[in-house]
Design a binder for this molecule. Structure first.
Ligand code: ADQ
Length: 482
């Protein structure tokens, strides 16, 4: 029988998404199916997930899961095979997956995601209705404790992989929660869940996993250094032989300018003229002047990680050079305010849409000229890949997955016809100014710009190659465990 994998994730597209983790959790199962690997994904039963399920079957019940009654529901949504943890006390709330409507984290997140992970480990141990995973794949801190529960329980022999999508989020809690986790005493300690005197969920997952992956080769190197290791570099270095950098792919069926239903006009790399209608729709939405000036776009969480403070400070420079800017994002309130006030200050040149809007993000990639991503760190980054696929040229800082996926328009690369974007370093105001100025100059050469758009659109960032790497890793772990 084909290898079976239990994936555990706190979000999955198209049911619930706050960022790139959802895209990956949603796309990887389909990509692995082509390698003969069956994946079922365990996700929390948030209201937005439950409302999209259709027919469900209860496959397990808990009278007291961390004190709450819960049911595990099996469901299929499209090609996704889901196990949904319906625990109303934990997940039936208004707000986001991790916090309330004001953005404040839920105070019981330690319990909510310990519960998800506990159930993941239970499935590894007992299976559900005759189905058993050969391997468990946990994503980020919210699911990482699955590996710890497995290691300290009967399912310790089942191989476990933890993927780091973002080391900045580690799930750190006070030592006092240990008593509530239901782990044996030996799980406390440096080699267990203890982390700088408290508890670290991601840390616990990383010490318990048989393999650690992260989402680009460059980020896999970066997190071994104290500057990017966020306190975990020592641990990661100690387990470097188990660390793998596997680049994210994108779902080329959802992100396809030739078939995208969410954009104003569909187009291909051979007929880029089709982008014009999308450009006009974008200008209209953001109330930008209708002219030929290059439109920079931002589709991002508005945070320090993404360098959004640098962008806010560079707006006058960008507009002064003749550029336009359209921003879609939500996040830190001062940054939201900075973009809104820039839109007031530069009417017709800058537009800001604060919020989360999936369809609009497609239109922006289809109508914008360049997507600006000056991240301070970027494990992989997906929006530059969507940009490449849509002919929206990425302008990126040379970090993490951005460095692995965008080929800078230096003379040699332009001459060879392989340039796909503008890469600058470091992620600071001066370099960003330089990157913006260079982009505007390049945009002035229409033939050269189109060559760059086409080179990007022809590059292959589908899951084909990356899924083969996951499949290879999974097989080696399962064979090793047999
Ligand atoms: N306001 C908005 N409206 C609509 N859509 C919006 C939006 N803001 C963001 N998005 C979408 O959310 C996703 C963001 O994904 P990224 O990979 O760029 O970053 P993120 O930091 O969330 O992911 C983390 O995990 C992923 C997956 O591994 C890594 O690529 C990344 O480097 C890491 O930081 C994209 O699909 C983007 O289009």
């Amino acid at each position: 029988m084909a290898m079976q994998v239990l994936s555990v994730a706190s979000e999955i597209y198209p049911l619930i998404k706050t960022g790139g983790l959802a895209d990956v959790a949603g796309a990887l199962p389909g990509a692995l199916a082509e390698h003969g690997i069956g994946v079922r994904t365990l996700v929390p039963g948030y209201p937005s997930v439950l409302s999209k399920l259709g027919k469900t079957k209860t496959v397990r019940r808990y009278e007291a899961l961390f004190g709450a009654s819960a049911a595990l529901l099996a469901a299929k949504v499209g090609e996704l095979d889901l196990l949904v943890l319906d625990a109303p006390d934990f997940f039936k709330r208004e707000g986001g997956p991790y916090g309330d409507l004001s953005g404040t984290d839920w105070s019981d997140n330690w319990r909510r995601f310990a519960a998800l992970s506990r159930v993941g480990a239970d499935i590894a141990e007992d299976g559900v209705k005759g189905w058993r995973p050969d391997l468990v794949h946990a994503h980020d801190w919210q699911a990482a404790m699955t590996a710890a529960y497995m290691r300290f329980g009967p399912a310790h022999r089942v191989p476990k992989v933890v993927t780091i999508h973002n080391l900045a989020f580690q799930g750190r809690f006070g030592a006092d929660v240990f008593a509530g986790l239901g782990l044996p005493p030996e799980a406390w300690g440096m080699d267990g869940v203890e982390y700088y005197g408290g508890i670290g969920y991601l840390k616990a997952g990383l010490v318990s996993a048989d393999a650690i992956t992260t989402v680009s080769p460059t980020y896999a190197d970066e997190i071994r250094s104290p500057t990017q290791g966020m306190g975990l570099d020592g641990l990661i270095n100690g387990r470097a032989d188990r660390l793998h950098g596997i680049l994210n792919g994108i779902d080329t069926a959802i992100w396809d300018p030739a078939a995208d239903e969410l954009i104003a006009r569909r187009y291909t790399s051979r007929a880029l003229g089709g982008r014009a209608a999308n450009r006009r729709a974008l200008e209209k939405h953001f109330r930008l002047d209708r002219d030929d000036a290059p439109i920079f776009i931002i589709v991002s969480r508005l945070t320090w990680q993404k360098g959004m403070d640098l962008v806010a400070d560079a707006i006058d420079h960008l507009v002064g050079l003749g550029g336009k800017l359209a921003v879609l994002g939500a996040g830190d309130h001062p940054l939201e305010g900075a973009f809104l006030s820039a839109a007031e200050r530069h009417r017709g040149r800058v537009g800001a849409h604060i919020g989360y809007d999936e369809p609009l993000s497609h239109l922006m990639q289809a109508g914008g000229d360049a997507i600006l991503i000056p991240s301070r760190f970027e494990p992989c980054g997906l929006t530059q890949l969507y940009g490449l696929r849509y002919g929206c040229v990425p302008v990126v800082a040379r970090v993490g997955g951005l460095a692995d996926t965008v080929i800078d328009a230096n003379e040699a690369a332009v001459g060879a016809g392989v340039a796909t974007g503008v890469v600058f370093a470091p992620s600071d105001p001066l370099a960003l100014h330089g990157g913006i100025a260079r982009t505007i100059r390049l945009h002035g050469d229409k033939a050269g710009w189109q060559a760059m758009q086409r080179a990007g659109m022809r590059s292959d960032f589908s899951w084909t190659h990356s899924a083969a790497q996951y499949a290879g890793l999974f097989r080696s772990l399962v064979q090793g465990a047999a």
